[in-house]
Design a protein around this ligand. Structure first.
Ligand code: LLP
Length: 431
């Protein structure tokens, strides 16, 4: 199976984390997101032990919580000794409400509002990852008025092409995120941060892209960043101690996708970091990484009920499900690949090819086109695999469809971690 969380039981039903998907659908209704806690924890440990092994413990794994954010997720990653990255007041609020240690929260974003920055500073977040000159000015003035010193790292665009979808590429000069190296912006921002009395410049950050399936771009980015840190030392006489290399490790969505073991990215990048540091006679910095997708995507799936099967002669077959772009906008946005299973027929061969259509009033509301699956019938439970990242977190109420519930399975035992929205929830802010 495409995810190690998923299997088939003696009834021929699909299982996730040891729980029967058909039973889950019956108990909690559909659409339903289901996660396997053991796999989430295992992946957290894999990243953490890589940092510990390859950098002698001088580093921290920050879970990029935009991939899947809810209170229970912050509790799980916090209990595994990870920090987290947040990109909005809402993510910060959720993390703090879950009792996350603010010291281990990094606050990202290309347009943090003054209110969000004040909230972050008052909450005592570990680092603010500054994106632009205006933000530096706001942080300096807020920190002054609060009589605190803001710990800041600067987001740098290292100019690396990571060969992924344009919407999720962020390392090149033409990106809305961060300061470019090529045109001197990165040095100007460094000078400005160093000149601020209430800003402590702790280091630099880069994030080249998401769903990257090669290690080379990460190694290249690390080299560029270390060179920049050495150049900053030579130019300003300041040796910063922290380097945040971002996230972006690719996962497998369909059988033909390649997936590099996460520890391999870590090891190769660590070798590069240490070699470059030695060449530049620069002390190996404290390393942060920010995996999001890789921690949650393979540990989650979505269950739906098939409502109708519409075969248009000589055209195609649409299988209509009770969810769609509201709970998973990734096909509509990026033509993202997914593996589809009929959960109550999981031991049968996948000889049927169909398009999975959502229930929104929109022709583009598709989850997958031409997907192989077991022969679907009305009332079947469909599972779309590896939807743990950027599905619940990107969900909407389009067509006033209620957001689905989230169930976490641990050792075969399910529990609800996010309730299904009610119709009352849908109108609660309407006046
Ligand atoms: N750090 C920063 C600064 C980021 O911007 C991101 C992702 C990450 C870490 C985590 O990247 P990951 O390990 O998850 O690849 N909605 C898109 C993905 C957007 C990624 C945004 N930034 C999708 O569904 O594919």
């Amino acid at each position: 199976m495409i995810s190690e969380s998923v299997g088939v039981n003696q009834n021929g039903n699909l299982t996730v984390g040891g729980a029967d998907c058909v039973e889950l659908a019956k108990t909690y209704g559909t659409p339903l997101y289901v996660f396997d806690e053991n796999l989430i924890r295992k992946t957290c440990r894999e990243f953490k032990s890589s940092i510990d092994n390859f950098y002698g413990g001088n580093g921290l794994v920050l879970y990029a919580s935009k991939a899947f954010s809810c209170k229970e997720m912050y509790r799980i990653v916090g209990s595994e000794g990870l920090g987290c990255d947040v990109v909005s007041g809402g993510e910060l609020y959720t993390a703090l409400a879950a009792g996350f240690d603010p010291e281990n929260i990094f606050f990202h974003g290309n347009n943090k509002t003054p209110d969000e920055l004040e909230y972050a500073l008052k909450s005592g977040v570990g680092r603010i990852v500054a994106d632009n000159m205006t933000e530096l000015e706001i942080v300096e003035s807020l920190a002054k008025s609060l009589s605190v010193k803001a710990n800041v790292i600067l987001r740098i665009k290292p100019g690396i092409d990571a060969h992924t979808h344009a919407y999720i590429s962020t390392g090149q000069i033409d990106s809305k995120f961060g300061f470019a190296l090529e045109n001197g912006e990165a040095f100007e921002a460094t000078k400005k941060a160093l000149d601020c009395d209430n800003i402590e410049l702790c280091g630099f950050h880069c994030h080249i892209a998401s769903q990257v399936s090669e290690t080379k771009p990460f190694q290249e980015a690390a080299e560029v960043m270390l060179q920049f840190m050495a150049d900053v030392r030579d130019k300003f006489g300041v040796t910063v101690k922290e380097l945040d290399l971002g996230g972006g490790f690719g996962v497998k969505y369909i059988e033909s996708d390649g997936q590099i073991p996460f520890s391999e990215y870590m090891e190769k990048t660590a070798v590069t970091v240490k070699a470059k540091a030695e060449e530049l006679e620069f002390p190996v910095p404290k390393i942060f990484i920010e995996p999001g997708r890789s921690i949650v995507a393979p540990a989650g799936l979505t269950l739906y009920t098939v409502g109708n099967v519409k075969t248009i002669k000589d055209v195609r077959t649409y299988v209509a499900i009770d969810g769609g772009m509201g709970d998973n906008p990734r096909y509509a946005l990026y033509q993202a690949d997914y593996t589809v299973e009929i959960a109550n027929k999981a031991s049968e061969p996948k000889t049927f090819i169909a398009t999975v259509a959502g229930k929104c009033c929109e022709s583009g509301d598709l989850i997958q086109e031409n997907a192989p699956m077991q022969t679907p019938e009305v009332g079947d439970i469909m599972a779309v695999l590896n939807t743990g990242a950027y599905c619940y977190s990107m969900a909407s109420n389009y067509n006033r469809i209620r957001r689905a519930a989230v169930v976490m399975v641990k050792d075969g035992q399910p529990r609800v971690i996010v309730k299904r929205e009610s119709y009352e929830d849908i109108i609660k802010n309407d006046i």
